[in-house]
Each structure stands twice: as C-alpha cells, then as structure tokens.
Design a protein around this ligand. Sequence first.
Ligand code: ADP
Ligand code: GN1
Ligand code: MG
Length: 362
Amino acid sequence: MQEQAREAVSHFELEGVTGEPRPFGSGHINDTFLVEGEKRCVLQRMNRTIFSSPGEVMENIVGVTEFLKKKIAANGGDVMRETLTVIPTREGKSFYQDTQGECWRMYYLIEGALSYDRVERDEDFYESALAFGNFQQLLADYPAETLHETIPGFHDTKARYEVFLKAVEEDVCGRAKNAEKEIEFFRSRKEVACVLGDMLKAGKLPLRVTHNDTKLNNIMIDEETRKGICVIDLDTVMPGLTAHDFGDAIRFGASTGEEDEQDLSKVSCDLELFRIYTQGFLEGCRGNLTDLEIAMLPMGAKVMTYENGIRFLTDYLKGDVYFKIHREGHNLDRCRTQMKLVADMEEKWEQLEEIVRELSGI
Ligand code: ADP
Ligand code: GN1
Ligand code: MG
C-alpha cells in the first residue's frame, strides 16, 4: 500500500512534500497516513467496501467543512484549525481515484493538537463534549436535505439487530458456538434496538444534522489550551438523533476500560465521567434540546453501546469483514466490553437519569 500511497500524494495540489507517507492514528475504518512537508498533511485511503459512493462522502464533507468555515470566520475563529480542510487534487477534485479503483483524500494536519484513545484528563472529556455539542449547534441550519446517506441505516439499531440475527443463522465461519452467551445477551434485550427508532418514527424526537461517530479519538484537543479544537472523521455526518451522538461518546469515553479490554473487571461506566460529559454536551448544545431529547440521553448511551456490541459480534460471526482487527477474536473482545457496559448501565440506570435531571433541570 506504501507504493500506492506515495503515488496518490503526487496527485494532490501540494508542494514541498518530503519523505514517505507513514501509517497514522488508530481509526477502525480508513487507512490513514501522515505526510511530511512544508505543511504536514493527512492522507487517507477511504474504505470502499464500507463507503460505496466515495464521491457522495466527499460531497458531504466539502459541503459541511465549507459551511463550518463561514461560521468559524464569522465568530473570529481559525478556519484552518477549527475544521478540516480538504486539499484538492491537481484536477480540482476532492479525492483521487487510482488505477485500481482505490479512493484517496487529503486534509491538512491539525497542528498542535492530539486525539486520544482514552480519557487521560477529565477536562479533556468535558472539552470534547462541549465541542461535539457545539458541532451540532453550528450545523443546526445546515440544509440537511443536501446530505447523502453515506451508510444507509447507520444507526438504525433495529435493522442492525436483524442483520445480527441473520449472521447467527448463517454462521458462515462456524463461530456462533464460541459466542453463545454473547448472542443470548443481545437477544434477551432486543427491545433496546427499537426504543429510539420508534420515538423518531412517532415524531417524538427531532432529526438533526449529527456527527454519528463521536468517539473521543474523533476530536482534536489543542495541546496548549486543552480545548476541543476540531471535530474530525466527518464520513458519517448525516441526519440523526442527538441521543446517538451523546451515547456513542459515553460508551467509548466514559468506560473505565478500553474498547477491546480483555479483563472485563476493568470495564464499567464511570458515573463521574458520565456527569462531566453530560455537563459539557448540554452546554455545547446551548439550551437547544427538547426535554424529551434530554431525557433520552441515558437511553442513547445504552442503545449505542448495545448497537456497537451487536455490530462487533456480527462482524466476528461474519469473519471480521468490517472493523479492522489486530488479533484473533478482537471483535469478540470488543463485543464483550460493550455487553459489560450495557449491564453496568442497567445497574446504574437510576443514577444516570438522576445526573441528567440534576444538570439539565428537566
Ligand atoms: P477512521 O474513520 O479510520 O477512524 P479518521 O478520519 O478518524 O479515520 O482518522 C484516524 C485518525 O487519524 C484520527 O483518530 C486522528 O488521530 C488522525 N487524524 C485524521 N485526520 C486528521 C487531521 N486532519 N489532523 C490530525 N489528525 C488527524
Ligand atoms: C468506527 O471510524 P472510527 O474508528 O472512528 C465506526 C463507528 C464505531 C467505532 C467503534 C464508519 O469508528 O461507527 O462506533 O468504529 N465507524 C464507521 O469503535 O463504521
Ligand atoms: Mg475515526
């Protein structure tokens, strides 16, 4: 891939590149490289199994980043650091397709900022919540109808549950026997898959322009000011639910263990981190959430953890075709941490609801 990465770089409107593209970051989806030069950049080979229409993904990203740049400028912010900048190809396109059909894109590196795979400082988690809440507010008047659905039914948990059942039934790799308890765990809670989708269908929850992948490592924290300076990984910006954005951030960042921790005694939902994120997120949303949206925040955490659990399990059963894995059984390990978190949230349910009530005043 190295050779192709180097070749791809030469097609972008960029001077003074030095050295080789180097693997970078820890995302599960795209192949990311750091490119050194006069201005450091990030090169990504987009995952074309997952994103079947890369042109549509890039149209969304160009639209959203240009929109954000106008708002950032109007607020006196730094347009080069507070959102991504798509570097065009020499032909003026937003991505380059190589002879093998692989699609490559480039952004300027957000300098002086880091993304974290776990919460190292509580304040960082609070700042990430402010930034994701603010991101949603900045996009509140984005023309949602112009956004392509880059992954159909991305957070349609009910549809994902059906896909999971089918994977169990087909059992193409003969792995279901290794995951009987896990399969039963999600089956016995199948109502979780419908709660938010049903409320949306009934018109009780508003559809907003959301990020849909609010993992802590999808935000850049400024090394000096420690502010959540830039929201990245914009592949799945689409209409969605506030509870999904809140919930995904909680399932990843408020866990006391890593997403793939094998020692489950280390994994639980930290109430203090839950409180800190809730506070930051509500502040970032600046009072623009409905009471029901706020009341559904704990449910968002549970649903997103359940959803990721069945996604990891489905991928394990299908032979690890979606998420990148780095060891045997990696997706099963990830599935187990999500189960542990769902069970822990169930135990702490009253407390999660109480924290939200207390901080929001609903
Ligand atoms: P994936 O979809 O695979 O998660 P991301 O777009 O999130 O891909 O990129 C993976 C990682 O690369 C991020 O978590 C972040 O650490 C780093 N990264 C991506 N884009 C930038 C950027 N413009 N500036 C700095 N770091 C970046
Ligand atoms: C993927 O792209 P990344 O690594 O930030 C996935 C998310 C999952 C997450 C689990 C497009 O996020 O939906 O919640 O892994 N992104 C996509 O860690 O499927
Ligand atoms: Mg990412």
